[in-house]
Each structure stands twice: as C-alpha cells, then as structure tokens.
Design a protein around this ligand. Structure first.
Ligand SMILES: [Fe+2]
Length: 277
C-alpha cells in the first residue's frame, strides 16, 4: 500500500486577523511536502465577507495548483444572521460560501490511497447546535445523523483499502486549553462517526493543534489557526498527516515567525484503525 500524505489546515480567517506571512508559508510548505491532498477544515473567513472569500479563493487556487484540495465551511463562513433558526430556510446562510467554493458544501475527493469526505457541522443559529450556554450560540456545531450516514455510504462506494478520511470544522476532541468540545451532543456524534468505519477525522475550530483517538481507534487531528488568536498565545500550527500500511502519523508543523517558516514539531503516531489486506 502506498503512503498517503495530507496537508491539513484550518481557521485561516481571511479578514483582519489573518497572518499573510503564514499563508505564504503554507503555500511553500505544500510545495515542499507535495501532499496527495490538502484538507482545509473551515473558518476560511472571519466574517463571511465577499473580500475575505475572494482572498481565500486565491489561496485555495494556489493550493489546487499543487494538490487536490478539499474545503468545508466553518461557523465563521456561515451568515447565520441572514436566517436565524432558518426562518427563511437554510439557503441564505451559505450563499456567499457557495458563490466562491461551489454548491457542494461537503465535497468528497478520491486520491491515490485515500478518500476524503467533507461533513457539515456548522449550521449557524439553529436548534440542533444549541446548548444551555448562551456563549455557544453561532459557535458550537452539531453533526446530524444524515451527515455520518452519507459519509458511510460514500466510503463504501470505494475500495476498503483506501484510507477513509472525514473532514469537518468543529473539533471532535476536547480542547486541552479550552476544555471545550466543538459539537453539541458530542457523545452521539462520536458514536455516529465511529459507525462510519472512518480511519481519520480532520477538524479545526479550537485554535489549538491536537491529535488523539476515539474509543474504537479512529484517529482525530485538530489543526490550529493562522492568526494571532491561538489558544494560550502559542505559535500557530498546521498538520502533515502520513498514513502507511500500519500507522497514521500526525505531525504538527509549528510556525516560526523569526524565519517565516513552518518547522516539524511534535509527531504522534497511531496504529491504523482498520487492518490492511
Ligand atoms: Fe470555528
């Protein structure tokens, strides 16, 4: 089985907080790593403005010249105020995102050795994302059963030998610093994610890089942010994921502002969840 390399980033937040030096650094890193695919796990804008999406699109186009690139929306990319509680339907809140990144909010991508499937966790202000904490409004996401069912069907359409990757915005693992889960009703989300037979989940939202595993061994990686708004004012980080026949390695790449480059940092290696033939 061939190795699969994925460049995983999230929370670029084009707008007032984006660090354009890091954006250039990400493009250089993609050229160096030459991944099989790039996964961008949402929050590509700060306030879902046209100018932010347009600059974000230039970045995505640059990456697409290097490798196939999959993107899903995050809570900052959703204009929830256009239709709180979907009073005029869900369409208006995704209108701008779709204009720049296409109708399909949850694309799938098949590359050599892997299938990546986007799932939608960012719905703005809707009942399903509500928690008793009012601060969660428009921030927390949820993962409907229909999303994981769709991912499971899509995975099963491909060879079982492919690495199965799910890409979502809100963090599936609890943040170490924030101590927060990204999803409302996360236990149900974990069960549904595990039921899909996924090998690897790539997410963002928490602004702290992390790697861990669900109870069934499915690997989960969270990427950081490319703004100054990292948790604990730590340096920014993205992930380079390398899957081999028996293992999945999550390698955090850490931004060094002094030489304007991402450098290899901590690497966490997990057993590959599904045995390979
Ligand atoms: Fe987010």
């Amino acid at each position: 089985m061939s190795r699969v390399t994925i460049l995983h980033c999230s929370d670029l937040h084009f707008g007032q907080d984006v660090d354009l030096e890091q954006i250039a650094g990400l493009e250089r890193l993609a050229e160096q790593v030459a991944p099989n695919a790039v996964a961008i796990a949402g929050d590509i804008t700060q306030r879902a403005r046209h100018g932010e999406f347009q600059r974000a699109l230039i970045f995505v186009q640059a990456l697409r010249r290097i490798a196939p690139t999959l993107i899903v929306p995050g809570n900052h990319d959703v204009q929830w105020w256009a239709t709180p509680f979907d009073v005029i339907g869900a369409g208006p809140k995704y209108q701008k995102y779709r204009r720049y990144f296409g109708d399909d909010l949850t694309p799938a991508l098949v590359v050599d050795g892997a299938i990546l499937c986007g799932v939608l966790t960012s719905y703005g202000v809707v009942a399903g994302s509500m928690t008793p904490n009012l601060n969660d409004m428009a921030v927390k996401g949820h993962l409907p059963g229909r999303e994981t069912e769709r991912a499971a069907i899509r995975f099963n359409e491909e060879s079982p030998e492919l690495l199965r990757i799910m890409v979502m915005h809100q963090n599936l693992l609890r943040g170490r610093i924030s101590e927060r889960m990204g999803l409302a009703r996360w236990r149900e989300a974990w069960r549904n994610v595990m039921d899909t037979g996924v090998d690897l989940v790539l997410c963002g939202h928490d602004h702290e890089e992390r790697a861990g595993a669900l109870p069934n061994g499915a690997v989960v990686a969270t990427s950081g942010t490319h703004t100054s708004r990292t948790r604990g004012k730590r340096p920014s980080a993205c992930n380079v994921v390398v899957a081999a026949a028996q293992s999945i390695a999550i390698h955090h790449y850490i931004w060094d502002a002094s030489d304007r480059a991402f450098h290899p940092g901590p690497e966490i290696i997990f057993p590959r969840p599904r045995k390979q033939p």
